[in-house]
Design a protein around this ligand. Structure first.
Ligand SMILES: C[S@@+](CC[C@H](N)C(=O)[O-])C[C@H]1O[C@@H](n2cnc3c(N)ncnc32)[C@H](O)[C@@H]1O
Length: 221
């Protein structure tokens, strides 16, 4: 595999949902969960970031304050223009030095094996073609590299899982395409990664529809 061309990168970035309103509401919507422990989870996860780091779907920049110092390179990707504008502003305010690239996870404009660490938090619920995106992450990650993730996944409590299945569509229509019943861990493993879960949280960090929240690492298997 090789890097997609510019036209493909732009075409796939253009497909990502979003609006000025949802970008504006994103941080207030997550405020309670961040205070309740999500921010701590981000901080703990990102301590493992090393070398050349690529963040996927960086959103409004809620990870920015948690990157360790001494990284060789930090590349922040975000396909949605309103969130990207907020990301840029927050990075400036925090004095974070990074490269900003408009790209979706399905088409990453980087050579094979370019990064030591990939970060994706609360992203794979929303990615349109998760299998394609996972293959892209595998392509750009170096052997021995590590993908650090936080995701909300389909509950394995049967009653909750069934509710998530039923409300998937209406939830997606108000939440920028977020699929609340996605079995993301199984998808990552099917994409050739070995997953190590560090935590599974089923408490009020997010609304019940978007729980549990898992944090962990995935390494090319
Ligand atoms: C729920 S937000 C999470 C934002 C941020 N990562 C965080 O932890 O707060 C989902 C993010 O994924 C981005 N996104 C949606 N589809 C994507 C795709 N196909 N590729 C990359 N990012 C995508 C959205 O624009 C949005 O910024």
């Amino acid at each position: 595999m090789s890097a997609p061309d510019e036209v493909e990168v732009e075409r796939l970035a253009d497909r990502v949902h979003g609006s000025g309103l949802s970008a504006r509401l994103y941080d207030p919507f997550l405020w309670w969960g961040e205070k309740g422990g999500l921010s701590k989870k981000r901080e703990r996860l990102l301590q493992a970031a090393r070398g050349e780091v690529l963040e996927i779907g960086a959103g409004t920049g809620l990870n920015l304050a948690h990157y360790p110092s001494g990284l060789k390179r930090l590349v922040l990707t975000e396909p949605e223009e309103h969130k990207a504008a907020r990301l840029l502003k927050k990075a400036k305010e925090l004095g974070v030095e990074a490269e900003f690239v408009r790209a979706s996870a399905e088409a990453l404009p980087f050579d094979d094996e370019s990064f030591d660490t990939i970060v994706a938090t609360l992203v794979f619920c929303t990615v349109g073609e998760p299998e394609q995106a996972i293959a892209e992450l595998r392509r750009v990650l170096r052997p021995g590299g590590c993908w650090l993730f936080i995701e909300h996944i389909r509950s394995d409590r049967p009653a909750i899982g069934r509710i998530q299945d039923r409300i998937r569509r209406p939830w997606a229509s108000v939440a920028d395409g977020c699929q609340c019943n996605r079995r993301t861990i199984e998808m990552i493993e099917a994409g050739g990664f070995t997953v190590e879960l560090k935590s599974v949280a089923d408490k009020a960090l997010m609304p019940p529809v978007a729980r549990p929240i898992v944090a962990g690492t995935a390494r090319p298997g």
